[in-house]
Ligand binder design. Structure first.
Ligand SMILES: Cc1cc2nc3c(=O)[nH]c(=O)nc-3n(C[C@H](O)[C@H](O)[C@H](O)COP(=O)(O)O)c2cc1C
Length: 367
């Protein structure tokens, strides 16, 4: 997730999963193919990995097969990346207006060319390529089943489906039936995405859809222990329902997690930037807890680890987890768009190979 899954947060989530004897793939924030190929400094600065990351996994954005191929080559050759994911899920008008993100899979031939360029480059390093997409542009213009077939034909190792259209943005609920339909449609593994708020949701999704695994987005915001719960759930230590309240962290445990998060950010970015970066996570960590407005406000302005610890000391460590928060959305939601902005004539054909889509060097809106 753009702006969230930097090396520090990936490590924190990984620590949670491995403490439970589990694992998982923690994907680096998305970078653009063009940015990487042209040596853009911001793009390169995002390619930072923690020393504990055994599998370097990066998500690439791209609309031009040549750039995507070259970028994949650079990731594998220069950065020791062991998994490349291609993102075709971004619903943001700035991106779809140019035919990128969730609009791109409508152009089936172009999609195939991009996937093949990545798979060809990564194949020389034995690196698997996966893709992530939405159901389509809107209910009348779905592309996910074709995308699955094209992915399979292109040698893509797995496909992740976010069960929403671009029109839906992040609103409403994800359509898990679409995930089940894709599972039926392809032979490669399908990873389901959308509305995994608790570990029990992941078990339900896998059970209801036959997905080979799940992709977690907003559910982990301020909740790195979700990966501990997921590890326990998939190891069979968790009933799908009801959730065992004894596994929920008290505010004292959340406080420890907040400190660890900030500490890792400071280690990777330096104290000033690390603390600034941490600020956006405060409200997610404290969602539903009683912590007072003044304390929250001060935490959201924190500028040193010492100041953070002093403020965290003001939180009641024995306060139980606010169970009313369980299963509720966090992060981006909003309402459906009125229409998806796409280039004129975009829906007229499904080829797209003669198009020269302009790709920004930095694109940070994600999926
Ligand atoms: C802040 C934020 C940043 C995101 N960045 C990306 C991204 O870079 N790449 C991507 O594939 N999806 C990105 N997403 C989308 C999520 O990965 C996920 O597909 C979507 O939120 C639906 O899953 P969820 O219901 O579990 O959140 C982002 C979502 C949010 C809220």
């Amino acid at each position: 997730m753009a702006g969230i899954t930097n090396a520090a947060y990936r490590r924190l989530c990984m620590e949670q999963a491995t403490a439970q004897g589990g694992d998982g793939l923690f994907v680096c924030e998305m970078i653009t193919s063009r940015g990487l190929v042209e040596g853009d400094a911001t793009t390169r600065s995002m390619l930072v990995f923690d020393e504990l990351e055994k599998v370097r996994s990066v998500q690439l954005y791209g609309t031009d097969p040549a750039y995507v191929g070259k970028a994949t080559e650079i990731l594998c050759a220069d950065y020791g990346v062991a998994h490349v994911d291609l993102n075709f899920g971004c619903p943001v008008p700035k991106v779809t207006r140019k035919g990128g993100g969730a609009a791109l899979p409508w152009k089936r031939t172009l999609l195939g060319d991009i996937l093949q360029a990545a798979v060809g480059a990564a194949g020389r390093y034995d690196v698997p390529v996966t893709m992530k997409t939405r159901m389509g542009i809107d209910p009348e213009h779905l592309s996910y089943l074709d995308a699955g077939r094209i992915a399979e034909e292109s040698g893509v190792a797995a496909i992740a489906l976010h069960g929403r259209t671009a029109l839906q943005g992040y609103s409403g609920t994800a359509d898990w039936q679409a995930i089940a339909r894709l599972v039926e449609h392809v032979t490669i593994p399908v990873l389901g995405n959308g509305d995994i708020w608790e570990a029990a949701d992941a078990l339900r999704m896998v059970e209801q859809t036959g997905a080979a695994g799940v992709v977690v987005g907003r559910g982990c915001l301020g909740r790195p222990w979700l990966f501990r719960d997921l590890a326990a759930a998939f190891a069979g230590g968790f009933a799908a329902e009801p959730l065992d309240p004894t596994t929920l962290p008290t505010l004292g445990e959340v406080r420890t997690m907040m400190h660890r998060h900030a500490e890792l950010l400071c280690r990777h970015m330096g104290e000033e930037r690390g603390c600034k970066e941490f600020r956006k996570h405060v409200s997610w960590y404290l969602k539903g807890f009683r912590a007072g407005g003044e304390l929250r406000h001060s935490l959201a302005l924190v500028d040193s680890l010492a100041a953070l610890d002093a403020l965290l000391a003001g939180l009641d460590p024995d306060e139980p987890f606010p169970v009313a928060e369980l299963g509720t959305p966090r992060g981006r939601q909003g309402s459906p768009r009125e229409r998806v902005v796409i280039p004129e004539g975009w829906l007229d054909d499904t080829d797209g190979t003669r198009l020269h889509l302009t790709e920004e060097t930095t694109e940070t809106t994600g999926g």
